[in-house]
Design a protein around this ligand. Structure first.
Ligand code: PRP
Length: 216
């Protein structure tokens, strides 16, 4: 039996995903040691490997087959636009991709004015404004604390993740439009889906059962 390799987006998603995997018998003792500097973790009995990666790199590992399975947010899947199968909505890490800004920017959006849009997600922002709204805008790529952009006059609006809404509220900004809902997803390499069909399908079915148990 060959190893099945999992790439997990570092941080909260990985922690919740590992709990979910444990509930279906997929576990990795080595990974529980919070102090370890190891990058790859192995479960020899089950022939499984796990590694943590920067979220935006997870789809890359999966597309190239360095990982068979990836756990990553829908935001990253949309932004990276890699060739892979998105097989399951894991139902956690729920939040929304939104156009946000000061209330005064609402008019600019309505009138389809030429505006500047700052975002960590230029592809999602471009797709939303050009293909969905048919509005020409200038997209400015930022790498974090995007809420600053409309406050300091870099852009009129931002396209960013809204979870609790606290960051917006504390900075006098509002959700102006919703782009799409987001949550953690399981993605699979296209070749692995064929070669390891049985093992991967069982994981999907077991996870689906767990997810529906929680809903009921
Ligand atoms: C994300 C996102 C918002 C914030 C939303 O940023 O970009 O800034 O969380 O969460 P809230 O609605 O619960 O306030 P993150 O913390 O990942 O850091 P960043 O701003 O450096 O990108």
């Amino acid at each position: 039996m060959r190893y099945l390799t999992f790439a997990l987006a570092k941080g909260r998603l990985a922690k919740t995903a590992m709990k979910m995997f444990e509930s279906i018998g997929i576990e990795c003792e080595e990974m529980k040691d919070e102090k370890t500097r190891k990058l790859i973790f192995v479960n020899e009995d089950l022939k499984l490997k796990f590694f943590l990666a920067k979220a935006s790199d997870v789809p890359t590992y999966v597309e190239y087959g360095a990982a068979d399975i990836g756990i990553v947010g829908k935001d990253t899947i949309l932004e990276e636009d890699r060739k892979l199968y998105e097989v399951l909505d894991l139902g956690f890490g729920k939040c929304r991709m939104c156009v946000c800004g000061p209330k005064s920017a609402k008019e600019l959006l309505k009138n389809h004015g030429m505006i500047r849009v700052a975002s960590k997600y230029p592809k999602i922002a471009k797709d939303y404004f050009y293909n969905k709204k048919h509005q020409t805008v200038e997209i400015i790529k930022l790498n974090g604390s995007v809420e600053l952009a409309p406050i300091v006059g870099l852009s009129e609006v931002i396209v960013d993740i809204v979870e609790t809404g606290t960051t917006l509220k504390e900075n006098g900004l509002d959700v102006l439009e919703e782009v799409c809902p987001l949550s953690a997803r399981m993605v699979v390499n296209q070749v692995s889906m064929k070669m390891e069909d049985e093992r991967i399908r069982k994981i999907i079915t077991d996870l689906k059962d767990k997810i529906s148990e929680k809903v009921i």
